[in-house]
Design a protein around this ligand. Structure first.
Ligand SMILES: O=P(O)(O)OC[C@H]1O[C@H](O)[C@H](O)[C@@H](O)[C@@H]1O
Length: 555
């Protein structure tokens, strides 16, 4: 290894995150990414590692050994290891709601590690109910109101009660894991439910109403619509055989009309966007099998083990979390692209949008004091190669550098000729191009060599030049399955925790979504009631919108 890369800057000795990171970044920016590879022949092995069923390569980042040491030292100074211990011990890290966040305990259930703590017994009871409900549907013990075996499951839920099971069911689709067809209704837009109901058979469709609070407007409306449709289609008043519920408020589910034995109760401390590991995975168990659900947890458990046992410097989720913080706070980067080169991970970007943006979209520390640094940025992306014919232009030549995550499986469940090889060639080619770029001088020379006039070549070369030097991570798995998916989700979860804990924010609450809900409830009355005079209290823009809606109803 070259001594220039190995020279670690002095360890961080103060806690002013912004200032210390800036001085580190200033120094790091002097070495272009591609020259880091020539300076350090072992760079790829040094900055990569196995994480359960995943292989993570983070060598194409603006880092060297010294920077990693410094970032980990910062994490240490901010008490990251203690925070992880507290998380595992069930401390109430979600301080604004007085709840713990012990997600590893859910995944431990799928391991051989036995525990008799009261919390683990509650978890075991939840999964036993889940297993029974699933078995009764699969073996036909629980049938529809007309005595038929169920063929379709509609998960009615939104946010954390939708994204997780939707992602997992889509990821495992077409792997021959189950016979029940999954459908997902989240949005309150009536087109969603209408279109699902047009495709499912009333006699053999089971609705899983998934809502932690059982008070969410979208979910209640969609569940009511489903019930009315079943009653009308089957000519029956009692259609309760077609409903199951997953909730932390079983009494509210019962009041809605779900029978007690079909309610899967989930402990209150499990937050929506972390709930795929819990009873909220019921639709996964129904449609892909309980074994797949267990394998998902096992994949997550492998990451728990890694995070618990590895020192910070070789702790992959911690390093990725610190890189998020590095780019956000020291390089001023505002967004992060998630680019799955695997069709069945196409929902990962929207899953991660909720996980990261609802968790780290905060402007105060956990103790309520103001932050003097930026926190979570924007997460976005789509499946490769579609993005290459669209926003990759901005990734390559736009004025903002955006770190990218490339995620791929090494073999396909659906091979056709060399298509999967071509997919991977595109994936690896994109991260290489983002890093390497191409100078205007090289392009100009090529153009002239191909006969272009020197002036025209000089001008065109400016448009074609690629700045390069753009960082990315590549995450590989042998084949997409429940276990690798579980590891992938847990990796992102810990990565989020690492940056959040170092920032000092509470990543487990989401107060920012509440006011909008209240206002839309008020507007619901205003929109529907022409005699409602509260319009005078609204701004002129909102008044205009409400008036247009009212006029449209009278046309
Ligand atoms: O599961 P529910 O109680 O219906 O909540 C569904 C979703 O709505 C809330 O507004 C939160 O923003 C999400 O974190 C939550 O997952």
């Amino acid at each position: 290894m070259s001594p220039t890369v190995n020279q670690a800057p002095a360890l961080l000795c103060d806690l002013d995150l912004q200032a210390t990171l800036h001085s580190l970044a200033k120094k790091a920016a002097c070495t272009p990414l591609k020259s880091r590879f020539s300076l350090e022949p072992n760079r790829a092995t040094r900055f990569s590692g196995e994480l359960g069923p995943l292989f993570v390569d983070y060598a194409k980042h603006h880092i060297d050994t010294g920077i990693i040491t410094n970032l980990c030292e910062l994490a240490r100074q901010r008490g990251l290891a203690q925070q992880f211990n507290a998380l595992r011990a069930g401390a109430k890290l979600n301080n604004t709601e007085g709840r713990s966040a012990n997600y590893p305990s859910l995944r431990r259930w799928a391991s051989d590690e036995a525990s008799t703590s009261p919390q683990d017994q509650t978890i075991a009871a939840m999964f036993a109910t889940m297993e029974n409900l699933t078995a009764e549907i699969h073996n036909g013990a629980h049938r529809s109101s007309t005595g038929k075996v169920f063929t379709d499951v509609v998960n009615i839920g939104i946010g954390g009660s939708d994204f997780g099971p939707r992602l997992v069911c889509d990821a495992l689709a077409n792997q021959g894991l189950g016979t029940l067809r999954p459908h997902f209704a989240a949005n309150i837009d009536p087109s969603v439910m209408t279109e699902i109901l047009a495709t499912v058979p009333a006699e053999t469709t089971l609705f899983v109403v998934a809502s932690k609070s059982f008070g969410t407007q979208e979910t209640r409306c969609n569940a009511q619509a489903a019930r009315a449709w079943l009653q009308a289609s089957l000519g029956l008043e009692d259609v309760s055989d077609h409903f199951m519920a997953v909730s932390s408020k079983p009494e509210a589910a019962m009041a809605f009309g779900v029978r007690e034995q079909y309610i899967l109760a989930v402990p209150e401390w499990i937050g929506g966007r972390f709930s795929v590991w819990s009873g909220f995975g019921l639709t996964v168990a129904l449609c892909a099998g309980m074994n797949s659900f267990r394998a998902l947890l096992k994949g997550g458990y492998a990451v728990d083990q890694h995070v618990e046992k590895q020192p910070l410097e070789s702790n992959i989720p911690v390093i990725l979390g610190m890189l998020d913080l590095w780019y956000r706070n020291a390089w001023g980067m505002t967004s992060q692209a998630v680019l799955p080169y695997e069709h069945h991970l196409k929902l990962l970007p929207i899953y991660l949008q909720q996980l990261f943006m609802e968790s780290a979209g905060k402007s105060v520390k956990a103790d309520g004091s103001p932050l003097n640094n930026a926190t979570g940025g924007v997460i976005w992306g789509t499946e490769g190669t579609n993005g290459q014919h669209s926003f990759h232009q901005l990734l390559h030549q736009g004025s903002d550098a955006i770190p990218c995550d490339f995620i791929a499986s090494l073999s396909s469940h659906n091979p056709i000729g060399e298509q999967h090889q071509a997919l991977l060639a595109n994936c690896f080619g994109q991260s290489l191009t983002l890093m390497q770029g191409q100078s205007a001088a090289d392009i100009e020379q090529d153009l002239i060599a191909n006969g272009m006039d020197a002036n025209a070549a000089a001008q065109l070369a400016q448009h074609k030049a690629m700045p390069g030097n753009r960082p990315s991570t590549t995450i590989l798995m042998d084949k997409l399955d429940a276990e690798s998916l579980g590891a992938l989700i847990a990796l992102y979860e810990y990565r989020l925790f690492a940056s959040s804990f170092v920032w000092g924010i509470n990543p487990f609450d989401q107060w920012g979504v509440e006011l909008g809900k209240q206002i839309s409830q008020t507007l619901m009355g205003t929109l529907g009631n022409p005699n409602d005079n509260s319009l005078s209290e609204l701004d002129s823009s909102t008044t205009q919108l409400v008036t247009r809606y009212r006029q449209a109803q009278n046309k």
